[in-house]
Design a protein around this ligand. Structure first.
Ligand code: NAD
Length: 328
């Protein structure tokens, strides 16, 4: 038996990554779509054989409650819309997968977690990397400490985005690089240490104020962890970069890239190579999340993990705005 998935929001990530990955999954399949763009409906129906009764718009979405074909609603909208659609899906009795960043505020994330708990449905955040054995490899080093404690993490995630008038540049829609690529830089530090930061210091900047006037193009942030480990992180919509370096008491680990869709790889100071190959990261993510739902086991990335990041993201914005260290 496979779980039926409905994608909400048929933009880039749904179209180019998730729908194709859902053709490769064993535990779930694409059965429904929710869209505000009627012109997309015939294209998706033809390409993926989606039944008329499984096509929704944003207004009639709540009637999905009566549709036994759909087990999981996957929210792939701009971040400011994640909370509303997660809560509506939970109230409709559907399990929810929600894209990162979970939501713009801690309050939104907490409301999403509560709605899913109250309605007895599972909530997973689309952190595909945590399903990738290459990322799991460096998480394990942080836990098992073969090189002693983590002393310093350097983590960067960014790409050059040439678009204008996109939600990523719009504050109201949840734009800004920190919630977007920034969570990969932040996850690099959190996952490598296995700890939660206790203080942050951040600085926002832009080289293209004509495009990035509501939100930052670049964010640099420093984190302090309870063990004394420190992290120096960078994220940008203006710079192509994707690397992670962890310096331990007695060694190091380097990854480049560390948060790509494929090809994440690295090495350690003892000569260990990290280079697992997986057929499709998003298919693995969705299959593992579907299995956890079917077998009632713990999700790899539950809502609480999305919330942990947003707590730090909020502190980073506060630090950048007030130009001061913010304690967590
Ligand atoms: P996109 O702009 O390509 O698509 C967004 C979709 O939302 C579009 O179909 C658009 O029509 C719809 N939409 C509905 N209301 C809208 C509004 N008011 N303004 C703008 N669009 C509106 O964006 P995307 O790149 O597909 O990103 C969607 C989500 O997926 C985001 O949360 C993003 O962070 C996430 N994402 C995750 C990954 C990943 O690797 N996990 C990669 C890319 C995107």
């Amino acid at each position: 038996k496979k779980l039926g998935v409905a994608l909400v929001g048929l933009g880039y990530y749904s179209t180019d990554l998730l729908a194709p990955a859902l053709q490769l999954t064993n535990n779930c399949e694409l059965r429904g779509i929710v869209t505000g763009s009627p012109e997309k409906i015939p294209v998706w129906k033809e390409k993926y054989g989606i039944a008329d009764k499984n096509v929704y718009n944003y207004k009639n979405f709540d009637t999905i409650a009566n549709n036994p074909d759909i087990d999981v609603v996957y929210v792939v909208l701009p971040p400011s819309m994640h909370a509303e659609y997660t809560i509506r899906a939970a109230k409709a009795g559907k399990h929810v997968w929600c894209e990162k960043p979970m939501a713009p505020t801690v309050a939104d994330c907490e409301a999403m977690i509560k709605a899913c708990k109250d309605n007895k449905v599972k909530l997973a955040i689309g952190y595909r990397c945590q399903h990738d054995p290459n990322i799991q490899a460096y998480m394990k080093v942080g836990k098992e400490r073969p090189f002693g404690k983590v002393r310093m993490v350097t983590s960067a995630a960014g790409y050059f985005d040439g678009r204008t008038n996109h939600w990523k540049q719009n504050k109201k829609l949840g734009g800004g690089v920190m919630g977007d690529m920034g969570v990969y830089a932040l996850q690099g530090a959190r996952l490598a240490t296995g700890e939660e930061p206790i203080s942050v210091m951040a600085q926002a900047s832009t080289t293209r104020p004509e495009i990035y006037h509501e939100v930052e193009e670049t964010m640099m942030f420093q984190l302090e962890f309870p063990s004394g480990a420190r992290a120096s992180c960078q994220t940008s919509f203006g710079i192509n970069m994707n690397h992670l370096q962890v310096n331990y008491e007695k060694g190091w680990l380097k990854m480049e890239p560390h948060s790509s869709y494929n090809g994440n790889n690295g090495s350690m100071s003892d000569g260990t190579i990290i280079k697992f190959s997986i057929p499709n990261q998003q298919a693995k993510q969705m299959d593992e999340d579907a299995l956890a739902i079917m077998e009632k086991t713990d999700l790899i990335v539950p809502g609480e993990e999305g919330l942990r990041d947003i707590r730090v993201v909020e502190a980073i914005y506060k630090s950048a705005a007030q130009n001061c260290v913010v304690k967590l």
